[in-house]
Design a protein around this ligand. Structure first.
Ligand SMILES: [Zn+2]
Length: 222
């Protein structure tokens, strides 16, 4: 019912061109995005693919797009301008991706990278959480927002050097309700993968808390 009312008040539009579209992306714009699709599933060659990480705590890595041109523009618009409706488009892209569908089937839980409350209040939403909440409604996987928490205020990673990024992210997160992920296969979801410092730190904590296996899923990789 709520969805019906919301659709009436804010009819679904294509996240790119703004034309009405019930799938939140029109065919024409979808074709534009597909050019940047990589759908890269890295299982055995993590070390070779994530060269700046000394010790890798996640087991698998999947990214959908290369972070450039239209993809970069869209993610920036989504993160820094108030465009939470783009979450519907991104969630649609994720859920309609055949490879991601297979991944979702072989994992138990998704957690999204949390934001500290200061930033969340400023922006009014956590962009990755919005997306995972839509996945929760439409996909067949459990989304767990009560496990991972942001512990301190951190600077935006993109403004920092590699060393500063590690320092910035150190002790930035905290796991609560560890029993929810114990012996579970967990997907850590974020929008962009740059150096991997954030998702790696989170994977370390989740493994320590008992997670059996971890896959990092991102929309785009720099
Ligand atoms: Zn469009």
């Amino acid at each position: 019912m709520l969805e019906f009312v919301l659709n009436f008040l804010f009819p679904p539009v294509c996240g790119i061109c703004g034309k009405k579209n019930k799938n939140w992306i029109c065919e024409k714009c979808k074709t534009k995005l597909e050019k940047f699709e990589k759908n890269k599933y890295i299982k055995n060659e993590l070390k070779k693919n994530c060269t700046n990480l000394e010790h890798i705590f996640f087991d698998e890595f999947f990214y959908i797009f290369e972070y450039k041109k239209i993809i970069r523009k869209l993610i920036l618009r989504y993160n820094f301008v108030e465009k939470p409706y783009l979450s519907n488009m991104f969630a649609g892209i994720i859920l309609n991706n055949k490879k991601v569908e297979t991944i979702l089937k072989s994992y138990d839980i998704i957690v999204s990278v949390p934001m500290d409350s200061k930033k969340k209040n400023e922006r009014g939403y956590n962009q990755t959480e919005l997306i995972t909440n839509i996945i929760l409604k439409k996909g067949n996987i459990l989304v767990e927002n009560r496990v991972l928490y942001k512990n301190k205020y951190t600077k935006t990673q993109s403004t920092l050097s590699l060393d500063e990024r590690y320092e910035n992210i150190k002790n930035a997160f905290l796991v609560k309700n560890a029993e929810k992920i114990k012996n579970k296969k967990v997907i850590v979801f974020d929008d962009i993968y740059t150096t991997g410092a954030t998702v790696n730190e989170i994977s370390k904590l989740l493994k320590k808390a008992g997670a059996q296996k971890i896959l990092v899923l991102v929309i785009a990789r720099v």
